[in-house]
Every structure is written in structure tokens, then in C-alpha cells.
Design a binder for this molecule. Structure first.
Ligand code: NAD
Length: 327
């Protein structure tokens, strides 16, 4: 069933209305004029965020075209027989608890029609595969897709996220696209179940080390008397050019001269050091399971962990420049 189909009502549930989920849910709940099916949108969070969502969605007029509901608990949400369940949760344990509870409380009739779980949380590939198997074991018509995101809160707000999807069939991939495209600009197929989570963790493991490399180079350059904006400009047409030098340069002077980067805003509004640490822990757990050695990622984790312990967890991960400079 898709939003562009002529079926009368599409039931979408969204669980986890935090920094990412709140913005994603607001974008997902908006009914488009060209859509034939009516959207029934139900939200749930374990805290008061669901009331905040209902208030915000109503204020911007979403309730005029979409049927908005707030579920009192996961059992009630499941019993309403959703076609799609989208989750944005902080940990593997939360995804396991939420998906497990919903799939086990769906009404018997859903086994024939099928419920499609789209988990946008960053979790381990092993847990993604386990959840896929669990959902499939309840009914072959159900499915579970891991679809972690890149783009942060800004991407969630602007609906410009990139989704990395681990999907068991082409049919399911076609079904998830209309929904994910309401929240993002790209929906990338990464392979079968667990592959979306794997790609997300590999990307962030490489990014974590990349950022530290740029921090060290920017710091050394400044000590040697080079203007940080000159150093960044030269790197950005040379071999060190990368996202951390060009888009999110950790030096505030370079970021201001480039016109982009959280460091220009005292490291506010970017990708938090604590979130990077979470992803490194997941990547290293996966490496242990696979018998892989990742010495540089291990060192990155130590450094981000020390910065987090020093109270920099909520600052953009480019704050490692200040941390390495002993500030
Ligand atoms: P968050 O902590 O702000 O929000 C998580 C929400 O889930 C909270 O509202 C919490 O109350 C709710 N929740 C937790 N357990 C629950 C449960 N059992 N039942 C119902 N609700 C529950 O996290 P976030 O920053 O929005 O991130 C969500 C996911 O997206 C995480 O996996 C994160 O790693 C990933 N992510 C975040 C960013 C970012 O910039 N924030 C970027 C990329 C990916």
C-alpha cells in the first residue's frame, strides 16, 4: 500500500519524537494535495513529546487534512493496525522494546495485510537483522527495514535527510520510498537487512577519524603561524580535502571564511560529540563480532569519550579541536 495509491486510508504510526523524530514526524504527517489516500497519523513517545507534537502539528494546520492521533501506549498503537510504523529511537534496546511490543500486539487481521516497520534509529547491524527476523516470524507479510539517517536535526527539519536502507526485497524498497522522500532527499539502497545500519556505522567510523585528522592539522598550522582560513582554502583544493575540512571545518575562523560549519557558532547545532561516541561504540562492537581490528577507530573512541567526559558531549564533534588544544 502506498500514499499515492487510491486506497481510502493509510495508517502511519511514528514512535520516538526526540530531536530528530519530532521534525521527521511533522514532515511525514503533512498530506499532499496530489495524494489520493487519506493519511491517519498516530504518534507515541514515552514522554510528553507526543502532546508537543499534537500541538505543533495542529498549529501548522496538518490536522486539517491528516487525521492526527496520539497513542497512550504501544499496545494501543499496535491494536489500531498500522500499515507503517516509523521509529526514531536512541538505542538498540529501545528499538528492540518498541518493535517487539508492537509486532506482538498487532491484531490477527494484520498478518494478512502486513505491517511495515521502518527503523530510522542508528543501531547495530546485528540488532537490525534480529528485528527483521522477529517481525518476519510473526507474519511473512510483515517487514522490517533499517533506515538510519545522515543530515542531523537540520536535515530532519528541512526534509533533506539521506536514508541508508537495508531492505529484504525490491517490493519493500518501492513501498518505503514515498514515505521516506517526505522526510529526506535521498533514499539509498545498501543491501539486505542490516546493511543500512552497517553503512551508517562504517561512514561514521571513517568520519570520526577524518575530523580528528583535520583538527590536528588546523591546530598545527595555526601554531606555525598560518592563517586558518588560508590553510583551509589550500587544503580544500589539495589532497586533504574532505567534508570535515570543507563543509564542517572545526576551526571557527576557517568556518566563518568558508561560510559553513558549526564551529562558527560555538560548535552549536551540529552533530554532537556524544552521538559520535555512540556510533563509534556500535561500530567497534560490530568489529569485535566480525573479528576485525580497527585501531584508529579505537583511538577515536578514546578521544571522543574523553571530550564527552569533559562536558563537550552536546557540542558538535568538531569541538575536538578545542579539546586537543587543551581548552
Ligand atoms: P533523542 O534522544 O532526542 O530522541 C529519542 C526519543 O525516543 C525521545 O523522545 C525518547 O523519549 C523516545 N524514546 C526512547 N525510548 C522510547 C521507548 N521505549 N518508547 C517510546 N519512546 C522512546 O534522539 P535523537 O537525537 O532524536 O536521535 C534519534 C536517532 O537518530 C538515534 O538513534 C540517533 O543516533 C540518530 N541520529 C541522530 C542525529 C542527530 O543529529 N540528533 C543524527 C543522525 C542520526
Amino acid at each position: 500500500m502506498s500514499i499515492s495509491s487510491s486506497s481510502s486510508i493509510i495508517k502511519v504510526s511514528f514512535v520516538g519524537l526526540g530531536n530528530m523524530g519530532m521534525q521527521m514526524a511533522l514532515n511525514l504527517a503533512k498530506q499532499r494535495e496530489d495524494e489520493l489516500a487519506k493519511l491517519q497519523f498516530t504518534v507515541y513517545d514515552m514522554n510528553e513529546a507526543k502532546s508537543k507534537f499534537m500541538k505543533q502539528a495542529t498549529e501548522v494546520g496538518i490536522g486539517r487534512s491528516t487525521v492526527l492521533q496520539s497513542a497512550s501506549d504501544l499496545t494501543t498503537l499496535a491494536e489500531a493496525n498500522p500499515d507503517f510504523v516509523v521509529t526514531s529511537l536512541p538505542t538498540c534496546e529501545a528499538s528492540e522494546a518498541v518493535v517487539g511490543s508492537i509486532v506482538n500486539n498487532l491484531p490477527p487481521s494484520s498478518s494478512a495485510t502486513g505491517c511495515l516497520f521502518i527503523d530510522t534509529s542508528t543501531i547495530s547491524p546485528a540488532v537490525s537483522k534480529k528485528l527483521h527476523q522477529q517481525v518476519k516470524s510473526v507474519s511473512p507479510h510483515h517487514d522490517y527495514v533499517d533506515a538510519p539517517v545522515s543530515g542531523g536535526v537540520k536535515g530532519a527539519t528541512d526534509a533533506s535527510l539521506t536514508f541508508m536502507t537495508g531492505c529484504s526485497s525490491e517490493e519493500t524498497f518501492q513501498k518505503i520510498q514515498p514515505l521516506l522522500k517526505r522526510m529526506g532527499k535521498a533514499v539509498l539502497p545498501c543491501g539486505t537487512s542490516g546493511s543500512g545500519s552497517a553503512v551508517k556505522l562504517c561512514n561514521n567510523a571513517a568520519l570520526a577519524a577524518q575530523m580528528i585528522g583535520i583538527c590536528e592539522a588546523m591546530s598545527l598550522g595555526e601554531s606555525l603561524g598560518v592563517d586558518p582560513s588560508v590553510l583551509a582554502n589550500v587544503m580544500n583544493v589539495s589532497t586533504a580535502k574532505c567534508w570535515s575540512s570543507e563543509v564542517n571545518n572545526p576551526h571557527p575562523i576557517a568556518a566563518k571564511s568558508i561560510g559553513s560549519g558549526a564551529s562558527a557558532n560555538d560548535y552549536e547545532g551540529g552533530f554532537g560529540t556524544a552521538l559520535m561516541l555512540k556510533d563509534l561504540n556500535l561500530a567497534l562492537d560490530a568489529a569485535v563480532e566480525e573479528g576485525k581490528s580497527m585501531p584508529l577507530t579505537g583511538l577515536s573512541r578514546q578521544l571522543y569519550s574523553l571530550a564527552d567526559n569533559r562536558g563537550l558531549g552536546r557540542k558538535d564533534f568538531g569541538v575536538m579541536l578545542q579539546f586537543l588544544n587543551g581548552k
